[in-house]
Write a protein that binds this ligand. Structure first.
Ligand SMILES: [Zn+2]
Ligand SMILES: [Zn+2]
Length: 227
């Protein structure tokens, strides 16, 4: 975060930090990548991803949802669908229709900062960017790689046929059949604090994952620009 950014945040309650991350900057990074301006995209993505990781590292858990939500968009903008999907799935509430097999013991380790419990992180349930209805926990949804927004199964069908030009608010819908989406399946496994799910079964340590992506993107943002 730059000096000015740090200054602005002084006026903001710690629980809200990250809610003011400039959404326009996330879309700008996507625009750079789609235009083939890879170096600029990586520099900006690096700065925004590191900033989101730093918000996760403070001792305020309430602002983590903004940082995590932004990270789903940032990984999508970076064309890193594996991390975007894993994070989006891990932030879902567990699928009520799945008979859950799980370890009974919740691993408790003391870390230098409190860790989020990902499936409990969102203060409100994810809603569809078109019909605005809550997406049921047992249904998969689609995340648009261009709109950086979530769409329910029914709306995606309409979008794909371009029959969804107007949403229930009467606003024009931005998502189009020419866009591209990835699927976010239901969360079919109970996750404990500090855990994250990759694929169906691969439970990983959230802090190790976060440290890894922070290192990777810190290096990207520090790469000297070619002249
Ligand atoms: Zn919908
Ligand atoms: Zn779209």
């Amino acid at each position: 975060m730059d000096r000015q950014g740090a200054q602005q945040n002084l006026d903001m309650p710690a629980s809200m930090l990250g809610s003011d991350v400039n959404t326009a900057a996330i879309y700008l990074s996507l625009f750079y990548r789609l235009r083939g301006r890879a170096a600029e995209a990586k520099k900006l993505l690096g700065a925004l991803i590191v900033e989101s990781c730093e918000i996760l590292e403070d001792d305020e858990l309430r602002n983590d949802q903004f940082a995590l939500e932004n990270l789903v968009k940032l990984f999508t903008a970076a064309d890193d669908v594996e991390n975007a999907t894993a994070l989006a799935v891990s932030m879902r509430k567990v699928n009520p229709q799945e008979s859950i097999r799980t370890d009974t013991v919740s691993p408790v380790e003391s870390r230098e900062f409190p860790e989020p419990k990902l499936p409990d992180i969102q203060s409100s349930n994810r809603s569809c960017g078109q019909c605005l209805e809550t997406i049921p926990h047992h249904e998969e949804f689609s995340f648009c790689r261009f709109c950086l927004d979530s769409f329910c199964v029914r709306c995606l069908k309409m979008i794909k046929t371009d029959n969804a030009a107007v949403d229930i608010r009467g606003d024009e819908v931005v998502c189009r059949s020419t866009h591209d989406w990835f699927s976010v399946p239901p969360l079919n496994k109970i996750l404990h604090t500090g855990q994250m799910l990759f694929g169906d079964l691969d439970v990983r340590d959230f802090v190790e994952w976060k440290n890894g992506i922070k290192r990777q993107w810190d290096a990207e943002r520090k790469k000297p620009s070619k002249v």
